[in-house]
Design a protein around this ligand. Structure first.
Ligand SMILES: Cc1cc2nc3c(=O)[nH]c(=O)nc-3n(C[C@H](O)[C@H](O)[C@H](O)COP(=O)(O)O)c2cc1C
Length: 149
């Protein structure tokens, strides 16, 4: 489910955006920087300062997470089911290891969101569709120009 290409985009994306919903259908989206894949089916995200996200997942485990390479302007939207892994859970140390590699231990994790991915959709800038001759290199150059201003 999480292909080599998706893993490449996870590695190249500075942030992901995690969407959850409360039991009464109020959506919540917030950025997370400390995230990676776990095996070929899971995405893991460190809960450092995400009280509403955690509350929502405990009420409703359906989530959606998106990430893009802001220079190439392509990425993925993944939908799945999440659970909150706490320090008392037997697999906590194993699951937190790849996230600790990202932070070097600088940020304490309250818990970890462990997502089993069920659906995968590509995200790409409309320019790639409207102007199919657009190359990734052109998008990178145009993004670099945009972000410099
Ligand atoms: C650039 C950036 C990266 C962030 N990365 C994380 C993260 O990896 N984990 C986390 O728990 N919060 C992270 N945050 C903080 C949450 O997005 C923020 O506290 C948010 O309000 C959480 O709200 P929620 O409980 O509604 O999800 C980050 C914020 C920013 C701006």
């Amino acid at each position: 489910m999480i292909t080599a290409e998706i893993k490449k985009y996870v590695d190249k994306s500075v942030l992901c955006w995690l969407a959850t919903s409360s039991l009464d259908n109020i959506p919540n989206v917030s950025p997370k920087e400390v995230f990676t894949y776990y095996g070929n089916t899971n995405i893991i995200i460190a809960n450092i300062a995400s009280p509403q996200t955690v509350k929502n997942i405990k009420e409703n485990n359906n989530i959606c997470v998106s990430f893009i390479d802001v220079f190439i302007q392509k990425g993925f939207q993944l939908k799945g089911v999440a659970n909150i892994v706490g320090k008392d859970d037997t697999d906590y140390d194993t699951i937190q290891a790849p996230l600790l590699q990202i932070t070097g231990g600088k940020f304490p994790f309250a818990t970890i969101t462990n997502i089993v991915v069920k659906e995968v959709k590509r995200i790409l800038a409309p320019k790639y569709i409207l102007y199919p001759e657009t190359t990734e290199e052109q998008q990178i150059q145009s993004a670099l120009k945009q972000y410099k201003t």
